[in-house]
Ligand binder design. Structure first.
Ligand code: BDR
Ligand code: CA
Length: 305
C-alpha cells in the first residue's frame, strides 16, 4: 500500500481523483491540502472537507495558498461551477480543518516518513513551490512526485498553456527546477480519459456516489463547450491512477521548463525529449480501458464504505 498526500483544488475532476484514491486498496491517503484554482480557496477548501465527510475519509485536510506567487489569480467557474462541484450539493462539512497551513502539513507528512510518501498535485503548484522553498529536503523525502498539469502539445486555457501551470507559472517553474523528478501527467495524456456515455454506464449502479457526486458533477462538466464533442476529460484522476498502477500510463524522460513571461506563451511547459539534463517523466499514453476499469472498481469500493 502506497502512502499519498494529495494537493488539490476541487474541482470536479479533483473530486473524482479523491474518490479514486480513497476507494483504491492500493493507496492510503495521509493528507489532503487545498489551493485556490478552479474556484477560490474558500470553496476548494470547503469542497475538500465536504468530500472527506461524504467519502468517509479520515485524512487531515489543510488549507493552503489562495493566491499565486506573483501573477493575478485565475479561476474556471464555467468548467466547474461557481462553487466548484458542478451541480453536486454535498452536505455541509461536519468536521474541522487541520490547524496547520497546507505547506506545514506537506512538510510534516513527508518528513515523518522519508522515502515513503508519494506527493500528488492536481491544482496550481503554489503550495508545492512554497513547501520546496520552506523545506528543500521534501524533494528528497517524497517517494515520488506526480502532477496533473502542463502539456507538450497544446494548452486548454490558452493555446500554449494548461490551466494549472498558467494559474501559477512561477510556482510551476520552482517545482520543475527543484531537483526531483516531476512526473508530468499533462493534457496530452488526460485528453485520452474521456468520460463518454459508454464510460458513464460503468458507473451507473454506484448508489449515492453516483447519484450525489458523479452524475451532478459529470453532467455539468460535460456541458462545457470544450468537452461537448468528445466527452469531459477526467484529468486529475489520471495522476492518481498513475500512482495506483504505473503500467496504465507510458512515461518518457524529458526536460520540462516553464515559460513564466511570454507574449503568447505564458504557462507553457516547454518539453525537450532530447535533453541531457532531465527533470521530468512525461506521460504520453493511457491504457484507457484499464483506466476506466480501475475507476469503476475503486468508485465501487468508495461507495460501499
Ligand atoms: C486541470 O485544470 C483544472 O480545471 C482541472 O481540475 C485540472 O486539474 C486541467 O487543465
Ligand atoms: Ca484540479
Amino acid at each position: 500500500v502506497k502512502k499519498v498526500l494529495i494537493d488539490c483544488d476541487p474541482g470536479i475532476d479533483d473530486a473524482l481523483a479523491l474518490a479514486l484514491a480513497h476507494g483504491s486498496p492500493e493507496l492510503d491517503v495521509l493528507g489532503v491540502t487545498t489551493v485556490g484554482g478552479n474556484v477560490e480557496l474558500a470553496h476548494t477548501t470547503d469542497n475538500a472537507l465536504r468530500l472527506r465527510d461524504f467519502l468517509g475519509m479520515t485524512a487531515p485536510v489543510a488549507r493552503g495558498a489562495g493566491q499565486p506567487l506573483v501573477t493575478e489569480p485565475i479561476n474556471a467557474p464555467a468548467v466547474h461551477g461557481v462553487a466548484g462541484l458542478g451541480e453536486a450539493q454535498l452536505a455541509a462539512a461536519r468536521t474541522e480543518l487541520d490547524p496547520r497551513h497546507a505547506v506545514q502539513l506537506i512538510i510534516d507528512t513527508l518528513g515523518a516518513a522519508p522515502g515513503e510518501v508519494s506527493l500528488v498535485a492536481t491544482g496550481p503548484l503554489t503550495n508545492i513551490a512554497l513547501a520546496v522553498r520552506t523545506e528543500p529536503r521534501i524533494t528528497e523525502w517524497a517517494a515520488d512526485f506526480t502532477i496533473m498539469g502542463g502539456s507538450y502539445t497544446r494548452g486548454n486555457r490558452t493555446p500554449a498553456a494548461e490551466f494549472n501551470v498558467l494559474a501559477d507559472p512561477d510556482a510551476a517553474a520552482v517545482v520543475f527546477e527543484a531537483g526531483w523528478t516531476t512526473t508530468m501527467v499533462g493534457l496530452d495524456l488526460t485528453h485520452q480519459a474521456r468520460a463518454t456515455a459508454e464510460v458513464r454506464e460503468r458507473f451507473a449502479d454506484l448508489g449515492r456516489l453516483e447519484a450525489e457526486l458523479l452524475t451532478p458533477c459529470l453532467d455539468f462538466y460535460g456541458r462545457h463547450r470544450s468537452y461537448r464533442e468528445l466527452g469531459p476529460a477526467i484529468h486529475d484522476a489520471c495522476a492518481v491512477a498513475h500512482l495506483i498502477d504505473p503500467s496504465l500510463i507510458t512515461t518518457v524522460p524529458a526536460r520540462v521548463d516553464v515559460e513564466t513571461r511570454g507574449r503568447f506563451t505564458t504557462g507553457m511547459t516547454v518539453t525537450d525529449f532530447d535533453a541531457a539534463d532531465l527533470n521530468a517523466a512525461v506521460a504520453t499514453e493511457l491504457d484507457a480501458d484499464r483506466f476506466w476499469a480501475l475507476l469503476a472498481d475503486s468508485f465501487r469500493r468508495a461507495s460501499d464504505g
